[in-house]
Design a protein around this ligand. Sequence first.
Ligand code: B12
Ligand code: SF4
Ligand code: SF4
Length: 376
Amino acid sequence: MDIKQWIKAEAARLGFPFAGVTSLDPPPHLNTFEAWIAAGRQAGMGYLADPLSLQKRADPRSVFPAAKSILSLAMPYTPSGPLAIEPATITGRVASYAWGTDYHEVIPARLTLLADHIEARLGCRVARRAYTDTGAILERDLAQRAGLGWQGKNTCLIHPQSGSYFFLAELFLDLDLEPDEPFRSDHCGTCRRCIEACPTGCIREDHTLDSAQCISYQTIENKGPIPHALRLQLENWVFGCDICQQVCPWNRFAHKNSIEESFQARPDVPAPRLLDELRLDAHGFNQKFRLSPVRRTKRRGYLRNVCIALGNAGHEAAVPHLLNLLNLEPEGLIRSAAAWAAYRLDPGTALPRLEQAADSDPDPLVREDIRITLAG
Ligand code: B12
Ligand code: SF4
Ligand code: SF4
């Protein structure tokens, strides 16, 4: 067995069933990324437009000058199937990548282990740098060039047998490995299911999306109020969104992958009972989401999303709880979302409280948001 084959077998043993090697040449669709940035489609994710990070994305060599090859790897997570909704409760939805432990907690250690095993096999030091998600690199483009799959119209990297429910990761290695053949074909064909199913219509025709309109961006990355024009489209998503992957035929007919123990769904995370979530104080939030990707929104972002989802759920019993938050909740972001949701569910009951808060709330941003709510 040559060293590349051995590395792939070892990667599979460590939880990366798909692996491929690519060069350090500039990524093939760099111009797509640059045009995307020039059009401002990164929304509030300013780090993507930072000049140093642009330069690194354009030239993977500059990321780790000692590297001679990039090993691109994929680790599957639990696919997002239709969830059983309990009729007596109102539940939200969490994207399945976030049902278990945060992959940023799991994958780096596995990459270190893989690099250590390569060194042990070769009997010499191999300089390496490991990435998953946070590096200034175009992970999907590099993975496509390493032969792992194609970039679907929904923008996700899709493996022909296993669909798109996997994380990407890379090892930059000071090791000359023969690059694999890029994955050249595009198996989307005439299908447009993801484009048609996306509730906000944010998937564009050129394999990119408009982040500002994407539910995943709004519920995870946006630290401020959700734009009023998008609140209804959020439906009951409280963290991330899986719709464009759920409708993809390549996920419906995908082989079942074995899923890491740490990515298995924790109780009450995939479909949280929204009224229960309203009761999460800082301690409760930190306990429930310990080492979970949901920590990224912090309590205030998560409860903002929960309030919007409650407003969309049409369950009037939530109104007293929401008005209670408007009185007592210290976070302005949550107060304004609670006001919006209460008004949507029962305008008659909520109106006097909102009128009062529009004049007297201590936070000018909350007063402004409530005025927009009242203006309809
Ligand atoms: C910013 C970001 C987001 C943003 C923007 C997403 C986007 N589509 O641009 C938001 C917050 C919306 C987001 C959401 C999600 N994300 Co995200 N995200 C990233 C991040 C950090 C950068 C992506 C980026 O640069 N976007 C800009 C666009 C222009 O680049 P791109 O998506 O890589 O697209 C390339 C293609 O469009 C290609 N291209 C263009 N035309 C063509 C044509 C052909 C034929 C081909 C082959 C390619 C091609 O050129 C582009 C540039 O290389 C990456 C990690 C990383 N460092 O790469 C994770 C990453 C893409 N995200 C990931 C995940 C899991 C998600 C979510 C599924 C989470 C969720 N359930 O909510 C959603 C999926 C939403 C979606 N449809 O993309 C995974 C994707 C794994 C996969 N199988 O593809 C990544 C790789 C993280 C990881 N390490 O696993 N994400
Ligand atoms: S994650 Fe949701 S909102 Fe974003 S592109 Fe996919 S379907 Fe649309
Ligand atoms: S739903 Fe259809 S168009 Fe969208 S990514 Fe999947 S195969 Fe491609």
